[in-house]
Design a protein around this ligand. Structure first.
Ligand SMILES: *Cc1c(COP(=O)(O)O)cnc(C)c1O
Length: 411
């Protein structure tokens, strides 16, 4: 019989969202007329920008004409899209990123996992706690960890706790780690990093020969003009950081699929013989071999994000979700609940009232308000006592959910 990758058996089998679904379904079955509002999952709700749809319809028609038909495109993405990204997202902010260093993909989730292909199996790996589960689970699958303990922490990973005590920004480790996952603005906490904090990480990485995986999926939600959008705004980051970006959250491409990864040509890793190897070459080789690019139609849709109308429409989407976030913050605060995040990110990170556990607060909110959120402990042991509420929803749902919560929790 064929053997399996045994590392998969270490995974805490997709515990969080199935358990949420189980509890919500049980409650719905027992209480059939409850109008349940779901502020749990981090998926967008508003339609695709018109500029993107128009560009995609035109691209579909291109495919219907022999003169403009496209077969396989470049595995790295079309030059016209990479050039626009380089100019608008990086060079306009003073970042030295060339179009050739940008790799278009079908998602940041995939890239965050796939990037491990080009790294060795003996790296010390650091993640924050709480964390976007993809970073952890892909390392478990690759065999980079031991089993999980009863708290869900995998042996062999370095966990950097983030909480209100450190403003949700991890302390720079005292030991040496080789790979570090950072996500700012953060999912799940909604926290952001100042230039000084990110610079400290870059300095640490350069001093230790480490690589930072910088997940900027939520950069469009930054409202504070002093905050960096890209890690390449920091001195020295081209020598130590890979950045992941996505059209999922800013332009509503979660179902359309387009993202990008930046691998600077100055970035190096160490080979078994001690020599230094350009990571760009390895990633380029990896993508050319295992990936055949994103659909021409979708890349045309992504390109339209950079048109004048596209920029306005994306700003409209982001503003809409951020107004939701403000309503959530204001209403919960008025109900006497401590909240974090939600100012530069579409997630509000709630401190559970009266010291309730994350899951006890989940049950209470479900039963008394018929509102669903995400227990913080599902993102890691240090998320215990917190709760994530997503601003990705209709205004009516947000208003109704907040009305119910303020009525029940008013102090
Ligand atoms: C939503 C999200 C992404 C984007 O993933 P896609 O695969 O591009 O849709 C990346 N990182 C984090 C932390 C996210 O929450």
């Amino acid at each position: 019989m064929a053997t399996i990758n045994n590392h998969y058996l270490k995974l805490k089998a997709g515990y969080l969202f199935p358990e949420i679904a189980r509890r919500v379904n049980a409650f719905a079955a027992a209480t059939p007329d409850a109008n349940i509002i779901r502020l749990g999952i981090g998926d967008v709700t508003e339609p695709l920008p018109e500029a993107c749809r128009t560009a995609m319809i035109k691209a579909v028609n291109d495919m219907g004409d022999r003169a403009t038909f496209q077969g396989y495109g470049p595995e790295q993405g079309f030059g016209w899209l990479r050039e626009k990204i380089a100019a608008h997202d990086f060079q306009a902010r003073g970042c030295e990123v060339d179009a050739s260093e940008i790799f278009i993909s079908d998602g940041s989730k995939c890239d965050c996992g796939n990037i491990l292909d080009i790294f060795g199996n003996d790296n010390a790996i650091a993640v924050t706690d709480p964390v976007y589960p993809v970073y952890v689970d892909t390392n478990v699958m690759a065999g980079h960890t031991e089993d999980a303990n009863e708290k869900g922490e995998y042996g062999g990973l370095v966990y950097l706790p983030i909480s209100a005590n450190n403003d949700f920004t991890a302390q720079i480790p005292t030991q040496k780690v080789d790979l570090i996952y950072l996500c700012f603005p953060n999912n799940p906490t909604g926290a952001t990093a100042t230039k000084a904090h990110l610079q400290a990480w870059v300095d640490y990485a350069k001093a230790n020969g480490s690589i930072i995986f910088f997940d900027a999926a939520y950069e469009a939600f930054i409202t504070d003009p002093t905050l960096p959008h890209s890690i390449y705004e920091l001195e020295g980051a081209r020598d130590c950081a890979i950045e992941f970006r996505s059209f999922s959250k800013n332009a509503g491409f979660t179902g359309t699929r387009c993202a990008l990864t930046v691998v600077p040509k100055t970035l190096k890793g160490k080979a078994a013989d001690g020599s230094e190897v350009e990571l760009w070459k390895l990633w380029n080789r990896r993508q050319s071999t295992k990936f055949n690019g994103v659909s021409y139609i979708v890349q045309r849709g992504a390109e339209a994000v950079y048109s004048t109308e596209g920029q306005q429409q994306v700003k409209g989407l982001v503003n809409f979700y951020m107004e939701n976030a403000k309503i959530i913050r204001d209403q919960l605060t008025a109900a006497g609940i401590n909240v974090y995040g939600g100012v530069n990110a579409p997630y509000v990170w709630v401190q559970t009232p009266n010291g309730l556990s994350s899951w006890d607060f989940f049950d209470k909110l479900l039963q008394t308000c018929n509102v669903v959120g995400t227990p913080g402990s599902g993102f890691g042991a240090a998320g215990e006592g917190y709760f994530r509420i997503s601003a990705f929803n209709s205004r009516d749902n947000v208003n109704e959910a907040m009305k119910r919560i303020t009525e029940k929790f008013k102090v």
